[in-house]
Design a protein around this ligand. Sequence first.
Ligand SMILES: [Zn+2]
Length: 125
Amino acid sequence: MPEKFKLSKKEKEEFKKLLLERKNSIIKKLSQFYRESQEIETDTALDVVDKAETSYTKEFLLGLTDSEREQLQQIDQALDRLEKGEYGHCQVCHKEIGKKRLQIIPWTPYCISCQEKIEGGTPEK
Ligand SMILES: [Zn+2]
């Protein structure tokens, strides 16, 4: 086991808050998408958003861009790691991600050097 990333209870709460805020804003955007969609009734839209709290259906994820979808998953995984006390470690090299980086991208599963490697391997732009 790698040494636990030392986060105070207060810091954990702060990161959790940041993660949940981001998650809520993605979900809010989605409910907007469903409200604007003429094929789906408002009730269904709300139902879909409700369900989104626990699981993501295929239809639900249709309203998201690839990066938002990915971000939503990363947020959930980060929340999970926060619960387990594993939060703040890179999922590739297991080194500490660093609080500064986490404050900017609290859902990131990677440290900066692994992120760069990953992005370097799959150029998108
Ligand atoms: Zn790493």
